[in-house]
Design a protein around this ligand. Structure first.
Ligand code: FAD
Length: 608
C-alpha cells in the first residue's frame, strides 16, 4: 500500500513457483527492511536472492500501479561501520547447512560454548533441499520393502575395496573408513537425539549398495524445521550458545604465534564481528558460487543448482592465511542435472510444455554434442546424459531435424519420465528445475507426458530462438557455423553410419536409441543445454579427525573443514563424484559430527 508519500504496507499475495520456506525467509526479513528504510535498494536476503528480487520487482510494480514513480524509491541504504567483539566462545561453526548442523550439535554436547554463523537468512543451506545421506548399517533404518535385502547388512570390506578401486587409490583410506564405520551411528544419533526422520534404506540409481536414506519429515514439518529444532536444542546445552543469521565469515583470525583463534565476519547491515575461539569449523558448502575459483581450480565456471553464497571465501582464507592444503580440488562438480541454459516462461505457452526443450536436451534418442560438435556421452539413459554433461564444458547442443520436431508437435515426446527404482514416478530433476510443472488434476500426473502433442511447439521454438537456447538453420553446415561447432558435420556423418550398422564403436550406444539425422532435412535445430551442478566436490585436505592439514601434511591446530569443504578426500579428480547414494550428504553428517566433537575437545583442552 502506497500511503501519503510512503510505503505503508507490503503484502505478498501469490508466491508463484517459489520454494515455500525460501520465500518465507525473504518475506520475514526483506519486507521489514524495505518498510524501515523506505527504499527498494535494500540488500537481497542471502540464500533467498531470487525471492528477494521478486518481492522488490513486485513492490516497484505496485508503486507504479498506484500512480507513483518506482525509480524514486531506490535511494541507497547506508551500511554501519560498527565492530562487535565476541570473546567467550570455544568453537565457531561457520555455515549451518548439512555439515554445520551436526558440527554445532556435537560440539555443544560436550558443554563447550559454541557459536554458529550463517551467511544466509535461514538455517540449512543447500542441505534442506537434498534427497538424503549415505548411511552404512544404521540400527534405526529399515530396508525399503521393494528392495532385495540380499546385499544387506552392507559388507563394509567389499564396499571399501570397491571405493578404493573406483577412486583408483586417490581417496583417503582413513576417511573412507569414517564413512563405513561412523555414518550409520551418525544417522542414529540424529534420529535418537534430535528427532530427525528418514525413509527406509534403498539402493541408488540401480547400484548394489543399500546405503541411501532420504529425509522424510513428519506431516506439517519441513527439513528446515528439523535443522532449526536440532540447533535450538543444542543451544540449550550452554547458555552462551547461539547462532547468528546473515553473518558472513570473511577472514580467519590468527594470534601472535600464527595459531587459529577465530574469524571475522560481516553482518548484513555492515557491522563487523570479530569472534575469538580456539576452534573454527568450516562448513561453507564448497566454492561453486565463485566463478573465479571454479575457473581457477576446475577450469570453467559452473551453472549451479546449489547456493551461490557458497562462494569459497573461507576456503581461500584457509589456503592463503593458514597455508591449508587442498585435496582433489580440481574434481568436477556433482552433476546430476542438465537442462536448457535459460528458463522458458511465457503466457503463450502451456505451462507444462515450457519444459519441452528441457526434456529434449536429456532425451536418449537425440544426438548431443559439445561446443566443438563432438559427442561427449553415450546417452543411453537420461542419467548418463546429465552426469556427463559437465564433460561438454560450458554448454552442449542437442541436434534434431525438422522431422523430429514435427513428430513432437503431432504426437509428443518419446521420453519424459525418469525411472526411479523401476517406477515411472517423476520427471527428470532437470525438467523440474526452475519451477514445478503443473499437475494434471485428472490423472494427478505431471502434465508433460509422453505422447502428449506439443501443440504450441512453434511458439516454444520462436521463444527459444529469442532467448538464445534454440538455433535453427537450413543445412547442417549452416547450423555448425551458427553454433561454431567445427566438427559437427563429421560427427553426424559418423553417427549416421553407426545408426545404419547398429553398432557405435565410439560410445557403444544401444542401437535402439540411435536415430540418424536426415542430411536432406529442410531444417536443423540445435538446442542449448548445460550441466547444472549441485556443488563443487574438492576442497581442503583433512585427516581422520577432520583437522585441516597444511601443504607439508601437518595439522593446522584449531582448524576443521567438513562436508563439501573437504569432500575431495573421498574422491578422484578424473572419476568425479561417486554415486553409491548420498555420499556427499553422508560425509556432511559424518565429518560434521566428528569435527564438532574434536574441535570442542581441542578448545576445552586449551583451557586446562
Ligand atoms: C538439489 C540438490 C539435491 C541434492 N541431493 C543430494 C542427495 O540426495 N544426496 C547427497 O549426498 N547430496 C545431495 N546434494 C549435494 C549437497 O550439496 C550435499 O549433500 C550437502 O547437502 C552439502 O552440505 P554442506 O553443509 O557442505 O553445504 P550447505 O548445506 O550448502 O551449507 C553451507 C552453508 O554455509 C553457508 N555459508 C557459505 N559461506 C559462508 C560464509 N563465508 N560465512 C557463513 N556462512 C557461509 C551457506 O549459506 C550454507 O548455509 C544435493 C544438492 C542439491 C543442490
Amino acid at each position: 500500500m502506497l500511503g501519503d508519500g510512503s510505503i505503508d504496507s507490503i503484502e505478498v499475495t501469490n508466491i508463484g513457483g517459489e520454494t515455500a520456506d525460501i520465500i518465507q525467509t525473504a518475506i520475514d526479513k526483506l519486507i521489514p527492511r524495505i518498510m524501515e528504510s523506505q527504499s527498494i535498494a535494500v540488500d537481497s536476503i542471502a540464500g533467498a536472492t531470487a525471492s528477494s528480487s521478486g518481492i522488490k520487482t513486485a513492490v516497484a510494480t505496485a508503486i507504479d500501479g498506484a500512480g507513483g514513480d518506482s525509480s524514486q524509491w531506490y535511494t541507497s541504504v547506508a551500511k554501519k561501520a560498527d565492530i562487535v567483539v565476541l570473546n567467550d566462545y570455544d568453537v565457531v561453526v561457520v555455515g549451518l547447512g548439512g555439515a554445520g548442523m551436526p558440527a554445532f550439535c556435537s560440539a555443544a554436547e560436550t558443554g563447550a560454548a559454541v557459536i554458529g554463523i550463517e551467511a544466509a537468512g535461514k538455517i540449512g543451506g543447500t542441505s534442506t533441499n537434498v534427497g538424503g545421506p549415505m548411511t552404512v548399517n544404521p540400527k534405526n533404518a529399515e530396508v525399503q520393502p521393494a528392495v532385495s535385502t540380499a546385499g544387506y547388512p552392507v559388507d563394509t570390506a567389499a564396499l571399501k575395496s570397491q571405493w578404493l578401486s573406483d577412486t583408483k587409490g586417490e581417496a583417503k583410506e582413513n576417511c573412507i573408513d569414517l564413512m563405513l564405520e561412523d555414518s550409520g551411528s551418525t544417522l542414529d544419533w540424529l534420529i535418537d537425539s534430535y528427532g530427525f526422520t528418514f525413509g527406509p534404506l534403498q539402493n541408488f540409481m540401480g547400484n548394489n549398495f543399500i546405503v541411501y536414506s532420504s529425509y522424510r519429515p513428519a506431516a506439517g514439518q519441513t527439513v528446515t524445521d528439523m535443522y532449526v529444532h536440532a540447533i535450538e536444542k543444542a543451544c540449550e546445552y550452554n547458555e552462551k550458545n547461539k547462532y547468528v543469521l546473515e553473518l558472513k565469515a570473511i577472514h580467519i583470525l590468527t594470534d601472535g604465534s600464527g595459531e587459529v583463534c577465530g574469524v571475522s565476519a560481516e553482518y548484513y547491515d555492515g557491522t563487523i564481528y570479530e569472534i575469538y575461539a580456539p576452534s573454527v569449523i568450516l562448513c561453507t558448502g564448497g566454492f561453486g558460487g565463485s566463478s573465479e575459483m571454479t575457473e581457477q581450480y576446475i577450469g570453467s565456471a559452473m551453472s549451479l543448482y546449489g547456493m551461490y553464497q557458497n562462494d569459497g571465501t573461507m576456503l581461500e582464507a584457509a589456503i592463503n592465511k593458514c597455508g591449508a592444503a587442498t585435496y582433489n580440488i580440481a574434481t568436477p562438480g556433482i552433476s546430476h542435472a542438465a537442462r536448457t541454459t535459460t528458463d522458458l516462461r511465457s503466457s503463450d505457452i502451456i505451462p507444462s510444455h515450457q519444459k519441452t526443450l528441457d526434456a529434449i536436451v536429456v532425451s536418449t534418442n537425440v544426438l548431443h554434442v559439445d561446443e566443438d560438435g563432438n559427442r561427449f556421452c553415450q546417452g543411453d539413459t537420461t542419467t548418463d546424459i546429465t552426469e556427463n554433461a559437465y564433460k561438454a564444458g560450458n554448454c552442449y547442443y542437442s541436434i534434431v531435424t525438422q522431422d523430429y520436431m514435427d513428430k513432437v508437435k503431432a504426437s509428443g515426446l518419446d521420453q519424459v519420465y525418469m525411472m526411479i527404482n523401476g517406477q515411472d514416478e517423476s520427471l527428470p530433476l532437470s525438467a523440474l528445475m526452475g519451477g514445478n510443472v503443473e499437475l494434471d488434476p485428472e490423472t494427478t500426473k505431471y502434465a508433460l507426458m509422453t505422447g502428449d502433442p506439443i501443440t504450441d511447439l512453434d511458439e516454444i521454438i520462436a521463444l527459444g530462438e529469442q532467448l538464445g537456447i534454440v538455433y535453427k538453420a537450413d543445412s547442417l553446415e549452416e547450423l555448425a557455423k551458427l553454433i561454431g561447432a567445427d566438427n559437427l558435420a563429421s560427427t553426424v556423418t559418423a553417427y549416421n553410419g553407426y545408426c545404419a550398422s547398429g553398432t557405435d564403436p565410439e560410445f557403444n550406444k544401444n542401437a535402439e536409441n540411435m536415430a540418424p539425422l536426415d542430411a536432406a532435412s529442410t531444417t536443423f535445430y540445435a538446442i542449448k543445454g548445460t550441466s547444472y551442478c549441485y556443488s563443487t566436490c574438492g576442497g581442503l585436505d583433512v585427516n581422520e579427525k577432520i583437522e585441516v592439514l597444511d601443504t607439508n601434511g601437518n595439522v593446522i591446530k584449531g582448524l576443521y573443514a567438513c562436508g563439501t569443504d573437504s569432500m575431495g578426500v573421498l574422491l578422484n579428480v578424473e572419476e568425479g563424484y561417486i554415486d553409491y547414494g548420498g555420499v556427499a550428504h553422508g560425509w556432511c553428517f559424518t565429518s560434521g559430527k566428528l569435527a564438532g566433537q574434536n574441535a570442542a575437545a581441542y578448545a576445552l583442552s586449551k583451557k586446562d
